[in-house]
Design a protein around this ligand. Structure first.
Ligand SMILES: NC(=O)c1ccc[n+]([C@@H]2O[C@H](COP(=O)([O-])OP(=O)(O)OC[C@H]3O[C@@H](n4cnc5c(N)ncnc54)[C@H](O)[C@@H]3O)[C@@H](O)[C@H]2O)c1
Length: 326
């Protein structure tokens, strides 16, 4: 394939991030069509990439010959767009969280599999150049307990503050952190979670949890806790503790400190992992690399989505244990 012909559904905040990546790979891909419900956004995108703007994705998918589609709408806005794209045989890059309904996610997955289509999800934190060191470290140490947290402000997009549209912080934001936990330590067999509300004040139409604390039990026997809140100064860290007094601290931005009583090793992330994430997908669609080099295909991201939705369910059940179900 010469250049991958790409279409976009959704030209908002995260699409801008992807657009900047496309500008750095003009020899590999070209954005030929874009769709947004908001005229200003689709017009601006059309001017930026000299592509065709659409207000209806059905029309775009029916008229354009696309080699790949980026779906960048908010979680509550997935209304069947994947199914039409799959029917037309188009590989998909879908932003996380891909939906708030596991039945929908499973149906997309079945469609992708039935047509053998390449897919990726925007869990770009898997692509930091430091994560292979961390993965190797955890595989060679007896990590007994993990303790993780993520705090951060309420994003100012209208849909984020409504549970029915975003899924709340665990599903929309902390999904990145839970995904890294799964990537490093494998599947979680049970979650128990508690929520807190009434702390964040003064935001209109706000009904998401302000904070949550979750106990994770992994299939391997590893246990851990995860606290997250819609306030506070920063994304937070993962802390991995071993019985021989070694410890590793990893940040979602990709920096780590591994320490033992005699030695400390530090690593700083030096790659543009968002670029890497998009370029890996495009390279796989071009046939330049095998599809299994995509670190977060839709099939795997479904397991992380199921984990975060199980945490919400446990909160709804006042902390009762829930088993994440694919
Ligand atoms: N991977 C990451 O780190 C990351 C970061 C931010 C956002 N996201 C995810 O990206 C998604 C979008 O977030 P955002 O911040 O860009 O939101 P946004 O509201 O800024 O943009 C979404 C756009 O989609 C458009 N849209 C909605 N329904 C549509 C439809 N049916 N047809 C055409 N356009 C439609 C909206 O008009 C809007 O312009 C969310 O799922 C969010 O979780 C991921």
């Amino acid at each position: 394939m010469d250049k991958v012909r790409v279409g976009f559904i959704g030209c908002g905040g995260i699409a801008q991030y992807h657009f900047s990546h496309f500008e750095k790979m003009p020899d590999k891909a070209q954005i030929v069509a874009c769709c947004d419900l908001l005229e200003e956004r689709r017009t601006k995108t059309a001017e930026r990439f000299a592509c065709t703007p659409y207000s209806d994705y059905r029309e775009m998918l029916n008229k354009e010959q696309l080699d790949a589609l980026f779906i960048c709408v908010h979680p509550g806005a997935h209304d069947g767009m994947e199914f039409l794209a799959i029917e037309k045989g188009i590989p998909l890059f879908v932003q996380k969280p891909m939906t708030l309904d596991m039945k929908y996610a499973r149906k997309v997955l079945r469609g992708l599999k039935s047509k053998n289509l390449i897919s990726a999800v925007g869990l770009q934190c898997r692509y930091t150049d430091t994560l292979p060191f961390v993965k190797n470290w955890v595989e060679h140490h007896e990590v007994a307990v993990i303790s993780c947290y993520r705090f951060g402000r309420v994003p100012m997009v209208w849909w984020w503050r409504q549970m029915a549209e975003s899924g709340g912080q665990v599903v929309e934001q902390t999904i990145h952190n839970y995904d890294i936990c799964r990537y490093l330590f494998g599947e979680v067999k049970q979650v128990q979670s508690a929520r807190r509300r009434g702390i964040v004040k003064g935001i209109e139409n706000y009904d998401v949890d302000d904070a949550s604390s979750t106990i994770l039990t992994f299939k391997s026997g590893l246990i851990g806790t995860f606290s997250t809140g819609c306030f506070g100064p920063g994304p937070g860290d993962f802390n991995f503790y071993c019985p021989d007094n070694t410890k590793l601290v990893y940040s979602l931005g990709g920096n780590y400190t591994a320490s033992s009583p005699n030695m400390t090793i530090e690593g700083k992330c030096a790659n543009d992992y968002g670029q890497e994430c998009d370029e890996t997908f495009i390279d796989a669609v071009r046939g330049a690399i095998p599809a299994d080099e995509i670190l977060s295909p839709y099939s795997d991201a479904c397991k992380t989505l199921a984990l975060t939705l199980a945490i919400n369910e446990s909160m709804d059940l006042n902390g009762q244990p829930v088993k994440p179900e694919m």
